[in-house]
Every structure is written in C-alpha cells, then in structure tokens.
Design a protein around this ligand. Structure first.
Ligand code: CDP
Ligand code: CDP
Length: 217
C-alpha cells in the first residue's frame, strides 16, 4: 500500500505521515528533507552565477547520510533555501529515483511532500492533501521550533512561510496541487490525534472500497 501525503508548510503532513506509517507498519519518507539537504549543500551561494549548477550537482550526489542532521535540516531558513532549489527542474529530476525507489519497496510506504500524489506516486493507493490556515501553520511551526529551544520571531516566521508558499505555488516544475483523486483533510481545528484518526478512517475506507468489500462505518 502506497500512501501519498501532500500539503503546504507546517500543515501537519509529516506528523500525520509518520503516524500513518506507525499505524500500518510502513516505512516513511519525508521528501522535504531531500530538498532541504540540497539547500544546505549550497548554503551561502545564493545569487552566485553557478548556483543552479551547484544545486543540480548536490542533488545528483545526495547521500542518505545527509538526511540525519535534523537540527540544521528543519531550521526555518533551510526551508526557504529548499524552496529555492526546488524550482530547478534538474534538481527535481535528480531526486525522483530516490523517492520512487522508496515508494516501490515491497509492502509499500508512506511519503509526504508537495508532489507525491501528482508526480512521484500518481498511482498511490491513497492520497491525502492536508490543509490548515496560514496563521495556524505559523503558530504550529513556532511552537515546534520553541520546543527545541529556538527563539522565534513570529512576524519573520509568518513571512518566511508565506514567501515559501508563494514560491512553491508558482513553481513551474512543481505539481504542488491537490491531485483530483486526493482526499482533502483540513487540520486547522484538529489536534494531532484527531487528525490521525480522520486520516486512518479515510485510508481504511479507500482501501475497503478498492477491495470491493464492505466499507467500515
Ligand atoms: O515541512 P515543511 O512543509 O515546512 O517543508 P518541507 O516539506 O520540508 O519542504 C521544504 C521545501 O522543499 C518546500 O517548501 C518545497 O519548496 C520543497 N519540496 C518540494 O519541492 N517537493 C517536495 N516533495 C517536498 C518539498
Ligand atoms: O510536515 P509539516 O511541515 O506539514 O508539519 P509537521 O512538522 O507535521 O507539523 C508542524 C507542527 O504542528 C508539529 O509540531 C506538530 O506537532 C504540530 N501539529 C499540530 O499541532 N496539530 C496537528 N493537527 C498537526 C501537527
């Protein structure tokens, strides 16, 4: 079973994807980490004439070992860098195989990102598109960073997320939209447990429907 989870920054897709992976005993890939790792590899070179080439080379050379420094990878500024390398078509192409291979593991997988249901796994068994209003998303990200001891300027964070959302929405190579067959889940008013329960219900219902059996009530 392949589950695709997409949605904008801090919508809760990663938390939901890891909860689904635990529930169904599947491996989970946070694909944002790949773009973040490429962003970190070219940190400080923004505006340089070889920025694109450096990002493409970094994406082609990406190694799983670069996905472990979560403190640096998940920093808000790294997210902005990630969105800058994510608009380069060859970077996206270089990261495609890693994601696709992960998805095609025997037994299945859960992947979360922006283009899982549209580009990476258009054939996923279940697709979820997670939404939450931008103020709620900013507050969630702020608390997540504060819990790690990072001092947060909410005004700057809000603008950072807006800037990233805007770049993502305009990304011509993105596919950052809800797939026609994705289920929309708005988590603005849902806590983590309630959102996970809602997602499990959607997955079970969709799988039962596919199997042609009775739908769980
Ligand atoms: O967790 P959050 O939503 O804040 O960010 P992320 O999922 O780690 O993604 C960081 C950035 O990487 C996004 O803003 C996108 O620009 C890019 N990205 C992408 O282009 N395609 C994906 N499948 C995942 C992330
Ligand atoms: O992966 P994405 O950037 O979409 O978001 P996340 O990292 O899963 O969630 C961002 C923060 O919001 C985390 O600290 C979650 O615990 C929190 N969260 C929440 O408060 N309520 C939810 N329904 C989902 C996530």
């Amino acid at each position: 079973m392949i589950i695709a989870v997409d949605g904008p920054a801090a919508s809760g897709k990663g938390t939901l994807a890891s909860g689904l992976a635990r529930h169904y005993d599947l491996p989970h890939l946070d694909t944002g980490l790949l773009y973040r790792a490429v962003g970190l590899a070219v940190e400080g070179r923004e505006g340089a004439p070889d920025f694109e080439d450096a990002a493409i080379a970094a994406a082609r050379a990406l190694d799983a070992a670069q996905l472990t420094d979560l403190d640096r990878l998940t920093a808000a500024q790294t997210g902005v860098l990630a969105s800058k390398v994510a608009v380069i078509a060859q970077v996206r192409a270089a990261l495609y195989d890693f994601q696709r291979d992960f998805a095609l593991r025997p037994g299945g997988a859960v992947l979360d990102g922006r283009d899982i249901g549209t580009r990476i796994c258009p054939d996923a068994d279940v697709k979820l598109f997670i939404q939450a209003d931008s103020k709620a998303r900013m507050e969630r990200r702020a608390r997540q960073l504060e819990a790690r001891g990072v001092e947060v300027d909410r005004y700057a964070l809000y603008h950072q997320i807006e800037e990233r959302d805007a770049r993502d929405m305009l990304n011509p190579h993105g596919g950052f939209y809800k797939a026609d067959d994705a289920h929309l889940l708005d988590t603005t008013l849902l806590g983590i447990e309630a959102a996970l329960r809602a997602a499990i219900e959607i997955v079970d219902r969709t799988m039962a429907l596919k199997a042609g059996g009775p739908q769980p009530s």
